[in-house]
Design a protein around this ligand. Structure first.
Ligand code: TRP
Length: 469
């Protein structure tokens, strides 16, 4: 094979030899570390910042139910497929898909599923780091006691004050970007592994504590009813699309992230079991975040549909009232930033790999180029909240448009290509060997879901949204 794609794959091979060497040096030193890394990618702003606010905007219970259905029937099967492709391809997404396509005797153009994912991750990261910057800037604000005794209005004003200051947003976003690029460029292994070991359990305990606090001081029953009693009249076609998009977002799907992580997974680890556990951990964190926030929302007379600022307005009220709130709150935002960083790393990895492949850049140069581009693009999101707030594309700010485009269209599209590739291009026997599900019935159930259920669901949602059905 001397065509362009194999040359590209060869170059990619160079990049991936390095990553594989890191794997050999023990990137995932155990299954537990893979689980932590995948959970670190999955658990992030999506769970704590985004899930509560979109649940609030989409009417609560019915939306949560559809979201859980999407995780179960679309998210988990696709997560398994992505990890499987990564592990069998043993390369970055683009090269892994191309390699498996060749193996199946199919057209290597399927690799578009890989590079499109890289682009999607890149676009997501440009606004993700701005939101992570909000969390970062809230660390000193909380520690200094600014929130002590604030109510809903004052807290809202403080948040609006942050959004109104491009300078503060740029400084914080830049710090997050620099930290991400530093870790991706130099120390993925140590940094990721160390922060994950403490972060995941720590975040979990802190969230549990916050739920407890909210249960005692807030409107807990009203919050539970809002989250878990479905009111289908509140559900629109757009809500269904948003629920589907969020299932992708929160499990880091459709952007190559889980493929890259799967490429470091040792043979013999159960992909199915690990995927279910990752999805479970991710879902539990999101639901806990909802249970921590909504009691405060209702208890303080705030609006559930307040939008992206929801947690930044509600949680400070609680931190301003509880004993040791400055410390607890500071710790919370520190953990939120670290959770965002472990996700940001997985968002940037596929596009960095793409750059080293496509342009033969060194990893360091790729990080610098990618970081520079991200920085410029992130300004669009920063200005969406101040200088360009009135400048709308399709009735949305730049920030909202980017979120909408990536989460609701690009990720499901990437996911659709991945399931079609796995279910219809790869040979059944290859998939059976690669996924390693021993139980025949379980394999069949997954295989059928992947071939028919998942693509059909994604297509139906797309058609519905385009107004065709
Ligand atoms: N899942 C992360 C969150 O919920 C975000 C994320 C990380 C992501 N990697 C991704 C989203 C890849 C889409 C694709 O915060």
């Amino acid at each position: 094979m001397t065509d362009k794609s194999s040359i590209a794959a060869g170059t990619l091979g160079g990049a991936s030899v390095r990553t594989q060497q890191s794997a050999a040096r023990g990137l995932w030193s155990s299954r537990w570390v893979f689980f932590l890394a995948a959970t670190g990618s999955a658990v992030g702003l999506g769970n704590i910042w985004k899930f509560p606010y979109i649940t609030g905007e989409n009417g609560g219970g019915a939306f949560v139910l559809v979201y859980l259905g999407c995780i179960l029937l679309i998210g988990i099967p696709l997560l398994m497929a992505e990890v499987m492709i990564g592990r069998r391809g043993r390369q970055n997404p683009d090269g892994a898909v191309a390699r498996l396509a060749r193996e199946a005797g199919a057209n290597t153009k399927w690799r578009v599923a890989g590079w499109l994912g890289g682009l999607t991750g890149f676009l997501i990261l440009s606004f993700y780091l701005v939101v992570a910057g909000w969390a970062l800037s809230y660390i000193p604000t909380t520690l200094s006691g600014t929130f002590s005794g604030v109510g809903g209005d004052a807290s809202g004003e403080l948040f609006n004050g942050l959004l109104a200051s491009p300078m503060r947003l740029i400084v914080c976003g830049t710090l997050v970007l620099a930290a991400t690029m530093l870790i991706v460029g130099f120390g993925v292994r140590g940094g990721l592994e160390r922060s994950l070991r403490f972060l995941m359990p720590g975040l979990f305990v802190l969230l549990l504590g916050l739920v407890g606090y909210a249960a005692v001081t807030g409107e807990f029953l009203q919050a539970l009813a809002f989250l878990f009693v479905p009111d289908f009249s509140a559900l629109t076609a757009t809500s269904v699309l948003i629920a589907l998009g969020h299932a992708f977002f929160t499990l880091s799907l459709g952007a190559g992230a889980m493929m890259v992580y799967g490429s470091y997974l040792p043979e013999g680890t159960s992909i199915a079991k690990t995927s279910v556990l990752v999805a479970l951990a991710d879902t539990v964190v999101a639901l806990l975040a909802g249970m921590a926030i909504f009691p405060l929302v209702f208890g303080n007379g705030l609006e559930p549909g307040a939008g992206p600022g929801l947690i930044f307005v509600t949680l400070p009220i609680a931190f301003g009232q509880m004993p040791l709130g400055q410390v607890v709150g500071g710790l919370f935002f520190v953990m939120l930033v670290i959770a965002a960083l472990t996700s940001a790393i997985s968002l940037s990895e596929p596009s960095i790999a793409w750059m080293t492949e496509r342009f033969g850049l060194s990893r360091l140069k790729a990080v610098l180029v990618s970081g520079g581009l991200l920085w410029v693009l992130s300004l669009g999101s920063v200005f969406s909240f101040n200088l360009w707030a009135d400048y709308q594309l399709f009735g949305k700010t730049f920030f909202d448009s980017l979120d909408y485009l990536t989460t609701n269209w690009l990720m499901p599209l990437g996911g659709l290509m991945t399931v079609l590739f796995t279910g219809w291009v790869m040979k059944e026997q290859t998939v059976r060997d690669a996924i390693g599900i021993r139980h025949g019935g379980l394999f069949r159930a997954w295989w059928l879901l992947l071939r028919f259920g998942t693509p059909l669901a994604i297509v139906l949602v797309f058609l519905n949204l385009s107004g065709l059905i």
